[in-house]
Design a protein around this ligand. Structure first.
Ligand code: AP5
Ligand code: MG
Length: 215
């Protein structure tokens, strides 16, 4: 199993790209943010605890995420490629991931960094709409659904993510710069980092990432 990390700021398009790439090749997309939102929606104890952090744009404590990813690695042992979207996002999580993958006899092969300027990020986050049922991601202008407010995939209502309020977006970007951006330098020093231009149509960006994965 090949482990590929998708790195990028909030709104860079990690989820959008991963969903497209994972349907084109034999790969499994794992979004820790989506998993946490699912736990919140189900009202599990972990979800209830995570919500207080997520609503403020803060990171959920590392131990919750590390346990979650450990279970996923075990469950995904037969996959060709694992696309990690949203994990790791601290140096501590990156170190824990090294330990976890070694335990599962695999390694982090590649880290794809989506380069997107902050002005584009703000437009993307402010116009994002997500399906209240299946989590599919749309944008009111760049990736609109066929019918306004309705998910193309399952027909459910589209909503604004709780953490897409302007003040929460601001904090998420600060947290990203402080805690996650240092991973870019770390993976670059390990010769695992590949930069991809994240500006362009979602299909074009996904195609660039898929081409790198096929190399
Ligand atoms: P998470 O869900 O991972 O949020 P994030 O990192 O802030 O990233 P986003 O999902 O906001 O952006 P994205 O890059 O996926 O962009 P998207 O594809 O949606 O995490 C949420 C929270 O969970 C965190 O704040 C934290 O509290 C917690 N959490 C998660 N993981 C954690 C961890 N490891 N440790 C601790 N806490 C954790 O695209 C954005 C918009 O742009 C969409 O509207 C889309 O349609 C549009 N778009 C995308 N690509 C394009 C394109 N090429 N052209 C035009 N529009 C595009
Ligand atoms: Mg996402």
């Amino acid at each position: 199993m090949k482990i590929v990390i998708l790195l990028g700021a909030p709104g860079a398009g990690k989820g959008t790209v991963a969903a497209r790439v994972a349907t084109g090749i034999s790969a499994r997309h794992i979004s820790t943010g989506a998993m946490l939102r699912d736990a919140v929606a189900k009202g599990t104890p972990a979800g209830t605890a995570a919500k207080t952090f997520m609503d403020k744009g803060e990171l959920v404590p590392d131990n919750v995420l590390v346990d979650m990813v450990d279970e996923l690695l075990a469950a995904a042992a037969s996959e060709d490629i694992l696309l990690l979207d949203g994990f790791p996002r601290t140096l501590n999580q990156a170190r824990s991931l090294e330990t976890l993958v070694a335990r599962h006899n695999v390694a982090v092969d590649l880290v794809v960094y989506l380069d997107v300027p902050e002005s584009v990020i703000m437009e993307r986050l402010c116009g994002r709409r997500v399906c209240s049922c299946c989590g599919a991601v749309f944008h009111i202008t760049t990736l609109p659904p066929k019918q306004e407010g309705i998910c193309d995939l399952c027909g459910s209502e589209l909503i604004i993510r709780d953490d897409d309020k302007p003040e929460t977006i601001h904090n998420r970007l600060l947290v990203y710069e402080k805690l996650t951006a240092p991973l870019v330098a770390m993976y670059n020093a390990e010769n695992k980092l590949v930069h991809v231009n994240g500006v362009g149509t979602a299909d074009d960006v996904a195609e660039s990432v898929a081409a790198i994965l096929k190399r």
